[in-house]
Ligand binder design. Sequence first.
Ligand code: HSE
Length: 311
Amino acid sequence: MDNKKNRAVVRVPGTSANCGPGFDCLGLATTIYNYLDLTLLRGSKVIVEATGEGSENIPRGKKNLAWQAVKRFLQEIGRADEFKGAIIRSKNNVPVSRGLGSSSTAIVGGLVAANEILGAPLNRQELLKIATELEGHPDNVAPALFGGFTVSVMDNGEVQTFSFLPRIRLKLIVAVPDFELSTRLARKVLPKNVSMRDAVFNISRASMLISALVEGREDLLPLAFDDAIHQPYRKKLVPGMSEVFTAAKSAGALGAAISGAGSCLIAFTTTRSGLENKIAAAMVEEFKAHDVKSKSLILDLDRRGAKIIKR
Ligand code: HSE
């Protein structure tokens, strides 16, 4: 096998987890992408080149997350002795440590590219299992792999995912603050237990959200993006969070939420509302009123997940 045959390039969407009430369970794929160009090597060198978002801080060598995923994949299929190294080139557009699933793009990119090079010995469900193990929870890796909207359930360490394309064409407005937020810290502020009342608050809204999206019931969405079990505790980590939500809704958004563990905030409207620029401006303006510099991204739902673009 020469190097050309050992190479694949994958495009992986950035993602937004939780979607308000679906903590550690719901996720969606967006039309902002990272690109991963993988060449498997027989020698044990790991060469990492990165450009774009966060490229200066991406671990080079064997600590690189995409390499960790590739290595885990090779072990899973029993070929780790055959390929001991790789050249990994990434071109990144997804902001890092902002709740848009940048680490998932590295994991999913590594897995999908290596799987493609070696003749697809694993299906996407099997890749999801490895990706979830590496990431710790499924709500970013599932939409990165499958695209669209995903509902994931963990059962004794096993992940089960339902992915679907909503019957409502969503426009996603993301306010990206100029500060990073580590998922570790954003999980540390969460309580160990929640009340029955808050649990019911979330279960009802998460169920309503999925039903409304599947059935195309836009009228039900304004009820469906609220949360009582993680956002209230994370509020102190994102100055102006509640006010930015209010500003987005006043500008016409159907709902708003923290994207993943933050720091980004995401608001939802429909493609036909034409309100996305107004909502984006309102969110950035409100952040500014809380001394937070931010930029906005106006995105669509990615419909296909990780995609091989060169082989
Ligand atoms: N569900 C996770 C959280 C997403 O909110 O902590 C983090 O990427």
